[in-house]
Design a protein around this ligand. Structure first.
Ligand SMILES: [Zn+2]
Length: 190
């Protein structure tokens, strides 16, 4: 008998074997029959519906960036968490998450930014976190543009001032926003 997806079957005369887990074993007397009508109570269907992964809400907004806070952190080589740089003169640093003491010169910087966005009618859209990968993509787009004096598209290698001023000077852009995380997924320059 071939079993089909979404069908239910009734098993009779099967043996339960126990070996690490429980297994159902068929015997010569086993009978498998299809169950035609199973009423799934509506509260079970609703509960199952609630367990399905939700689509993340994304929104496209045309507008501009009116506020920028560039965040520079160092990535821990032990636990990969981002660390706030407290004393820049110190050669050593302790990771706030895993408490490992680290030599600062071996740590890679990570740059991201918090952006305040307005739409085309200058209405506030909100404060969104923009990851470094999106900032890099913006700088890559601007690299070939004569109006901007950008030669480096890796934002960990440019100053916070240059990142801030470049973003504030973008006249018009289209933002793809992840509304659940308040995150910028991508920026297209218009
Ligand atoms: Zn760590």
């Amino acid at each position: 008998m071939k079993s089909m997806r979404d069908e239910s079957y009734e098993f009779q005369e099967v043996k339960i074997s126990v070996f690490n887990n429980k297994y159902l074993n068929g015997t010569v007397k086993s009978v498998v029959s299809e169950c035609k009508f199973i009423d799934v109570p509506s509260d079970i269907s609703e509960a199952a519906e609630g367990l399905k992964p939700r689509m993340k809400e994304t929104k496209r907004v045309k507008g501009r960036i009116v506020g920028v806070d560039v965040v520079v952190s160092l990535v821990c080589i032990s636990c990969k968490k981002h660390m706030e740089e407290i004393d820049s003169a110190d050669r050593f640093m302790e990771c706030q998450s895993c408490k490992t003491s680290l030599l600062k010169e071996f740590l890679k910087p990570a740059v991201s930014a918090n952006l305040i966005l307005v739409d085309e009618s200058d209405e506030s859209v909100g404060l969104f976190h923009c990851p470094g990968s999106v900032l890099n993509a913006v700088f890559e787009l601007l690299k070939g543009n004569e109006c901007y004096n950008i030669e480096e598209s890796d934002v960990t290698k440019v100053s916070c001032k240059l990142i801030t001023e470049t973003l504030l000077l973008l006249k018009k852009a289209s933002f793809k926003l992840l509304m659940d995380d308040m995150k910028v997924a991508s920026i297209d320059i218009l």
